[in-house]
Design a protein around this ligand. Sequence first.
Ligand code: SAH
Ligand code: DHB
Ligand code: MG
Length: 225
Amino acid sequence: MQHDLFAQVDAYIEALFVPQDAVFERALQRAEAAALPQIQVSAAQGKLLHMLALLCGARAILEVGTLGGYSTIWLARALPPDGSLISLELEPHHAQVAAANIADAGFVDYVDIRVGAALATLQSMRAANAGPFDLIFIDADKSSYVDYLYAALDLSRPGTLIIADNVVRKGEVVNDTSQDEAVRAVQHFNQELAELQRNGRVTCTVLQTIGAKGHDGMALAVVRA
Ligand code: SAH
Ligand code: DHB
Ligand code: MG
């Protein structure tokens, strides 16, 4: 099957470029033991996030959707000694698992998990003049992606990299008559990004991803103005 091949090639890539790492292994084990949904980014995608953070020299990172902190650790590992990461999570149980994983990874002094509905937290961050962030990773409920995008822009500066996970959804994103709420939400999100690009606010593309998590994609947007 095609998915099998995707997963095999991901395993091949991981064997070459993502060394076995006890911190990530324990993080995944803790998440599984706590019955968290297993929807974290793949190892190869985590490595990509890490490299994108290195490429932007990110000192201040914002993540929307922590889950067990797996992507958080990949991103935090790219931070310089004076860097910091804020991650927003609705579910206290997820945040608790993430906190244990982040402590295990040695990032308690770098990572701040804020529990609550991300839209409300983002609102209070804006009110407190937080940011600008160098990299913002959007990966929470798809129905709020457009709102997260505008909140992210408010917390950005020219050059900020905004990344959004899950914007292809097994290719369903090209199905104009999809009734799936998440698909419709990411279609709307991609349209908004295109409009922002037309207006010169961002420049974007979508990277299709295949691998252990099947077929999906990440939107990459650089803030221009
Ligand atoms: N970034 C993680 C995966 C995140 S999964 C990783 O790759 O490791 C999506 C997370 O978003 C879940 O933990 C879910 O509880 C959280 N979430 C859902 N709705 C939310 C909301 N309104 N505000 C904040 N987090 C939310
Ligand atoms: C789902 C959410 C994600 O963030 C993801 O990467 C994969 C699946 C989901 O809600 O189904
Ligand atoms: Mg995701």
